[in-house]
Design a protein around this ligand. Structure first.
Ligand code: SAH
Ligand code: SF4
Length: 358
């Protein structure tokens, strides 16, 4: 499973979509077409700041330039085919891609802002046993444009788009298995001349692809979340096959060396599954494993989905688990899953109409 192979799974027609261009690439595109660089910057601003959906929208560009763009460039929009609202305000968006495949993004209300959970692949190859996306297997990588466009289309659907301040790469797929496209999307999202999200407000979650985590730390500043989910290799390998390649010690060594800006911490996600990883011994082992790490822990009671053999532990056991961590001076938060009634919570994303699931 090399990165190159994954890159090649993006259909060629989607690789030159302008929504996947960084500012300098847009300037270069302008130069190659005999235009001054500032025209490139203007187009870039139309795409990512003014969220233009077509070249015709770019009203202050000369008509000749708009015709050139229409001839020589591609500008695709994800097609919104369904959106569902949860009782708690969470909104799930189902988007159709150009090749007919579909993905989901989830907009989550927080106290003063919104967080958008973005997909990075159609399906996922990692095969985690508790995850609906994983049970569907891997279809293909998303292009940079398809990742960025989830943010654009959701913003366009919002009444107050400026309140979308946080992005999490926790939707469908393993972001680090689609490394180049994801990192490029992060650059566009973070760039001041692009979508201008603060790197403090963007979090990438990984199941633990060790070599790519090292690369990521060198390439870009972003918050890191690691799906740990077990405290011994046997259990973790049975839940997450990736653990056979990159066992817990290797994973945590890389976390220890990960370049964190001042006062930032790595988030460890720990799904609590009844009878599998939820004992007091597990909690104690977790404390030992994370000793010396700048870590906070998100405890996620398992979100059940049809066909899954697992269930969440009773609340009492979840609270006991949390208390043990807190007693050891670890920050541990029980993450209430939002959007469960519309199958929008972590691990429930399928990229299909809900009616097809039932
Ligand atoms: N592939 C990446 C990001 C997408 S999964 C990763 O694994 O980190 C996002 C989060 O959903 C992960 O922390 C994963 O452990 C969690 N998750 C998957 N299935 C779940 C389920 N059924 N219930 C609760 N969380 C789940
Ligand atoms: Fe893929 Fe993450 Fe689901 Fe595992 S938990 S199958 S890595 S999406």
């Amino acid at each position: 499973m090399t990165t190159l192979l994954h890159w090649q799974t993006v259909p060629a027609t989607m690789l030159n979509d302008l929504k996947g261009f960084e500012s300098l690439e847009m300037e270069e595109w302008a130069r190659q077409h005999g235009l001054p660089a500032y025209r490139g910057r203007q187009i870039h601003s139309w795409l990512f700041r003014r969220l233009a959906g077509s070249f015709d929208d770019m009203s202050d560009l000369p008509k000749s330039l708009r015709s050139l763009l229409a001839r020589e460039a591609t500008l695709n929009n994800l097609r919104l085919i369904d959106s569902l609202s949860s009782e708690d305000g969470t909104r799930k968006y189902l988007f159709e891609l150009r090749d007919g495949m579909s993905i989901e993004s989830v907009l989550i209300p927080e106290r003063n802002h919104w967080t958008l959970c973005v997909s990075s692949q159609v399906g996922c190859a990692m095969g985690c046993r508790f995850c609906l996306t994983g049970s569907q297997g891997f279809k293909r990588n998303l292009s940079t444009a398809e990742i960025v466009d989830q943010v654009i289309q959701v913003k366009l659907s919002m009444e107050a788009p400026e309140r979308l301040t946080n992005i999490v790469l926790m939707g469908m797929g393993e972001p680090l298995a689609n490394y180049e496209n994801v990192v490029k999307a992060l650059r566009i999202l973070e760039n001041e001349t692009g979508m201008n999200f603060s790197h403090r407000k963007i979090t990438l979650s990984t199941s633990g692809l060790v070599p790519e985590m090292v690369r990521l730390g060198n390439d870009i500043t972003v918050n890191l979340a690691v799906s740990l989910n077990a405290t011994d290799d046997e259990t973790r390998s049975s839940l997450m096959p990736v653990n056979r390649r990159y066992p817990i010690k290797k994973l945590l060594d890389v976390c220890r060396a990960f370049p964190l800006p001042n006062r930032r911490m790595i988030t460890f996600e720990y799904i609590l599954i009844d009878g599998i990883n939820d004992t007091k011994e597990d909690a104690h082992r977790l404390c030992k494993l994370l000793a010396g790490l700048r870590a906070k822990i998100n405890l996620i009671p398992l979100n059940p989905h049809q066909g899954s053999p697992y269930s969440p532990p009773p609340m009492e056991r979840i609270l006991t688990f949390q208390e043990t961590l807190i007693d050891h001076h670890l920050t541990a938060i029980i993450r209430k899953s939002k959007g469960q009634d519309i199958l929008a919570a972590c691990g429930q994303l399928s990229g299909k109409h809900q009616s097809e699931d039932s």
